[in-house]
Design a protein around this ligand. Structure first.
Ligand code: ADP
Ligand code: MG
Length: 244
């Protein structure tokens, strides 16, 4: 079950970006109607970058994140990620890539309501770490790093929205991923918690050197990232990098 599907020797060549997308499209057909959600995306993202994907509702942000997160494959085009061509990989390899290399933070946090904060983080390590004791120890460490050392045994229902999101971030970091992908991460937070979330991301970026990709329509969040990619109707409208 915990069979290793990835050949770890397939590392990207030096200088290769973490992501390289070429001509990526994604269309959905339902009841004879086709929606072209992405219409030819060319994008490179380097290791350690923090990037926001901005755009109005329906512009294609979630669709693009699903492709970057190996949750979906493109209709056409190429997605190179960490030295692999995702569009060619089987579902089982994509699953393995997700569990090893990608951490997700969803708007709804998606915590398991019957598990404590620590258990919610520890369960993400099940495919990679067979020792329950080691999983729980690492979960405690990670929750400490996101400022929740005093909440390890709390159920999600006993945590505030901001705290639940911190658990979700600790869970996303559980397997030391290359990249954290967050879809509208501040959509359910008030402005204080949103500010704290951004500060925490900076912190994690510095500590772990992890690449961070955030879809948002919140100007405050986007202006916080060094690189802003704006999406309109499934195409990249602009891509700007500012020294922060
Ligand atoms: P955003 O996250 O920017 O709001 P989405 O990526 O969710 O945008 O959606 C982009 C477009 O693709 C929308 O028109 C949406 O309705 C359509 N879409 C997304 N996912 C699906 C799907 N599974 N089936 C059909 N249409 C979809
Ligand atoms: Mg969306």
């Amino acid at each position: 079950m915990t069979q290793v599907l990835i050949d770890d020797n397939r590392e990207p060549s030096p200088g290769e970006p973490l992501y390289a997308l070429k001509g990526v499209t994604r269309s959905f057909t339902k009841g004879g109607v086709t929606v072209n959600a992405l219409r030819g995306i060319d994008l490179e993202i380097a290791r350690g970058e923090t990037v926001s994907l901005e755009g109005p509702s329906g512009s294609g942000k979630t669709t693009l994140l699903q492709l970057l997160g190996a949750l979906d494959t493109p209709t056409s085009g190429q997605i190179r990620f960490a030295g692999r061509s995702l569009e060619d990989e089987s579902d089982s390899v994509l699953t393995d890539i997700r569990s090893r290399e990608i951490g997700f933070v969803f708007q709804q946090f998606n915590l398991i309501p019957t598990l404590s904060a620590a258990e919610n983080v520890a369960i993400a390590m099940v495919p990679r770490e067979s020792s329950h004791v080691k999983r729980m120890a690492r979960a405690s460490d990670l929750l400490g790093q996101v400022g929740l050392a005093h909440r390890l045994g709390h159920l999600p229902s006993r945590l505030s929205g901001g705290e639940q999101q911190r658990v979700a971030i600790a869970r996303a970091l559980a397997n030391s991923p290359e990249v954290i992908i967050a879809d509208e991460p501040t959509g359910n937070l008030d402005s204080t918690n949103a500010g704290e979330f951004l500060a925490l991301l900076d912190d994690l970026q510095q500590q772990f050197g992890v690449t961070i990709i955030i879809a948002t329509h919140d100007e405050d969040v986007a202006s916080h990232t060094g690189r802003r990619v704006r999406i309109r109707d499934g195409s990249i409208a602009s891509d700007t990098t500012t020294a922060l």
